[in-house]
Design a protein around this ligand. Sequence first.
Ligand code: LLP
Length: 435
Amino acid sequence: MNNPANQAASAALPGHPFVAYRHDALHVEDVALSALAQAHGTPLFVYSKAAMLSALAAYQRGFAGRHAQICYAMKANSSLGVLQVFAQAGCGFDIVSGGELERVLAAGGDAQKIIFSGVGKTQAEMRQALTAGIGCFNVESEAELDVLSGVASAMKLRAPVSIRVNPNVDPKTHPYISTGLKDNKFGVAHEDALRIYRHAASLQGLQVIGIDCHIGSQITDATPYLDAMDRILDLVAAIEAAGIPLAHIDFGGGLGINYNHDTPPAADALWRQLLAKLDARGYGDKKLMIEPGRSLVGNAGVCLTEVLYLKPGEQKNFCIIDAAMNDLPRPSLYQAFHAIVPVALQGNQAMAATYDVVGPVCESGDWIGRDRVLRVAAGEHLAVLSAGAYCMSMASNYNTRGRAAELLVDGSQVHLIRRRETAQDQMRQEQLVAG
Ligand code: LLP
């Protein structure tokens, strides 16, 4: 306990209001994580329902008194138990595949509150979404408009559409997760938008209902949003002047979370600023849609892992854990930082040392944290923080590792929302060649 490495960790966990040490034992809400690791094994994702609802409440406060629809971008975490929390809270969903549509419906979500994003929707997915009666297709190219119109006409329907416009603002985030710049594959160019809207309005199988944009992810500054809003409102004016009314404006998602001393604006504060601009420009009564993902779930989740081995070296010390890049892909994909803290602060006599925290996967890129000061011994549990978004939803079976189990904590109650995947589960779709 007198060790500085552990003292730092015993403070309240920044950005994680529902993850805290109580008597030196890390808890999610009222549940001790060491007990969960013992009972369910590791690696293990544990989510706080209260953290999700409190993140959602910040947006709801921001939109109080407005005509607004929050569509959770479920790619961030598409587990059914997580979707259920947001469906029960009245959220819509931003989906990007037919598979995600099936998940929303299985979790009790309302089809009319679904928006369908993505640059590569197939005709089968379009038919599936039209049959379900989703609220809006966020179309990303002129070619997609033509195909969607054809599919809807053949079904004697008109597809509700919004066109994703690329406002060409720099969100100042990692290049892999910035999406609103000119050289990204997403959306249509700002300067082509009016022409493409005219084309959409002329197509029989479409009903133009909105406009949308999404400029990137893990954005920690309000400025790119304010700039994007200006650019989008310029277009709204031009499109409506051309006789095409727009019922809603969808500003996408992208608000960042605190991974490592990041200081994104709070959702309600950000929306106070954005709404002031909207009002000042005379669009305050438009229906607003947003598509937040990470900011609703990212800091609601931790991944528990067991230390398997400590491997001291001349250049580096390695702390080998039982979670790996297949469970937590963000460090290997984006050099992303996730804080790693001990689950129990007491009882460990080990000396603090600096470790690269790595998984068992046979890749040098399989690291979870670099140069971390930890006081840790084999057999102990660590918690990888900010693991609610883009971890389980991007998990893979590389090295035939089963995907982790997931728990949803609600006060002192613990719900298993995904059992641990077995090798049998993984082989179920496969077969040997006969003969
Ligand atoms: N809407 C659209 C059209 C999107 O493409 C995305 C995310 C979102 C909403 C939600 O963005 P969020 O609020 O979560 O930032 N795997 C990466 C993030 C990829 C984001 C892709 N698009 C990561 O782990 O950082």
